[in-house]
Design a protein around this ligand. Structure first.
Ligand SMILES: Cc1ncc(COP(=O)(O)O)c(C=O)c1O
Length: 370
């Protein structure tokens, strides 16, 4: 059997007809930029998340960038963020002239370790940028306490976590800003790039709405310098169609993860992300950690099963961040997880016989090792 790590064709196929109907309407209306589909998507996010402002932008990266910019992050400021994340989380900070200050992760959750945050706070710290990695919420109770104590803004990186909750509240509504990605592999995956910012802050929302469109207030009036970060109507159309089915897609992800965990729980050499009682996990990724990661990956490949390593290196190892002067050993947990993490296939449409074959193949591997 051959199983890819991800099969977007399978995941999107059931929605193709509905999406194409929406596309035809856009063509008839010539409503290509910030048209009714974008307005509909923003309205749905406002309702779904019970927030006053939802602003569609053209990627998750821009969602982070515009949220930080609206929060007033300026050159010289410091933003606290984990080193075990996708590059976009930290590169946006640098694009604003500010400095990402890396923090190690908690081995149990793979999320930023709140115990290490306060020691990194200086007079220049302006924000905390937690990442709900793989779909598991960070400890937002502790992070909010720290932010309140030191008067810091929180921008949540929800790129991988749409549908996850902390104490019953959806991620993206716990901090000052929530930044979502609609990159095709995400939980609400688009047909290209897209992103969304949620916030309760009126003035900042107004600023973001202007900044995504060159700083425009109306017509040819530009009170601000902005960007071209408008969400395409075609993307919004795909997302609106898929959003109708989001609860089912989320449940499917959670069911696949539950199956994997049930059948792998007795293998001592494997660890899973520990889910705190306050959290629900939205499983954009199913990550295991094991000392035999590379050999297991090889074994799966030999049996036709694709797997991924998210992420092979922490950000402080990347050349583009070398000027930050972090060195090997500074964030030992992140470094260890990069050596041990393996992401098993998890996508909407993954069949039961495939799941069972994946588990049997993992089990075979550990039987052989013993
Ligand atoms: C944790 C994290 N942050 C930010 C991003 C950036 O989102 P996008 O690819 O939509 O720009 C991603 C997506 O790849 C991500 O996984």
């Amino acid at each position: 059997m051959k199983i890819p790590p991800l099969d977007l064709k399978r995941s999107n196929q059931p929605y193709t007809k509905g999406i194409l109907q929406r596309f035809e309407k856009i063509m008839e209306e010539n409503s290509f930029i910030l048209g009714p589909e974008v307005k509909e998507l923003e309205k749905r996010f406002r309702k779904e998340y019970d927030v006053p402002h939802a602003i569609g932008v053209n990627s998750g990266t821009d969602a982070l960038l515009l949220a930080l910019k609206a929060a007033g992050i300026e050159p010289g400021d410091e933003v606290i963020t984990p080193t075990f994340t996708f590059i976009a989380t930290a590169d946006v900070v640098i694009r604003l002239g500010a400095k990402p200050v890396f923090v190690d992760i908690d081995k149990r959750t793979c999320n930023i370790d709140p115990d290490f945050i306060e020691e990194k706070i200086t007079s220049k710290t302006k924000a905390i940028l937690p990442v709900h990695l793989y779909g598991l919420p960070c400890d937002m109770t502790r992070i909010k306490e720290i932010a309140r104590k030191h008067n810091l803004v929180i921008v949540e990186d929800c790129a991988q976590a749409q549908g996850a909750t902390w104490q019953g509240k959806p991620v993206g509504t716990l901090g000052d800003f929530g930044a979502f990605s609609f990159y095709p592999t995400k939980n609400l995956g688009g047909l290209g790039d897209g992103g969304m910012i949620l916030t309760t802050h009126e003035q900042e929302a107004d600023k973001i709405r202007k900044m995504r469109d060159h700083g425009r207030s109306e017509g040819y009036t530009f009170p601000l310098i902005g960007y071209n970060s408008r969400l395409s109507s075609f993307q919004a159309a795909g997302l609106n169609e898929k959003m109708n089915h989001f609860p089912g897609m989320l449940k499917e992800r959670q069911d696949i993860a539950a199956y994997y965990k049930k059948r792998l729980q007795n293998i001592e050499e494997i660890c899973f992300q520990e889910i705190p009682p306050q959290a629900t996990h939205s499983y954009n990724q199913f990550a295991i950690t094991t000392k035999q990661r590379d050999a297991l990956k090889q074994h799966l490949a030999e049996h036709g099963i694709g797997s991924l390593i998210y992420y092979p290196e922490p950000l402080h190892f990347q050349k583009c961040f070398s000027f930050l002067d972090n060195k090997k050993g500074d964030f030992p947990v992140s470094e260890q997880i990069c050596r041990e993490v393996l992401n098993l296939p998890l996508f909407v449409g993954l069949g039961e016989s495939e799941m069972s074959y994946i588990i049997d193949t993992v089990k075979d591997f550990f039987r052989q090792v013993h």
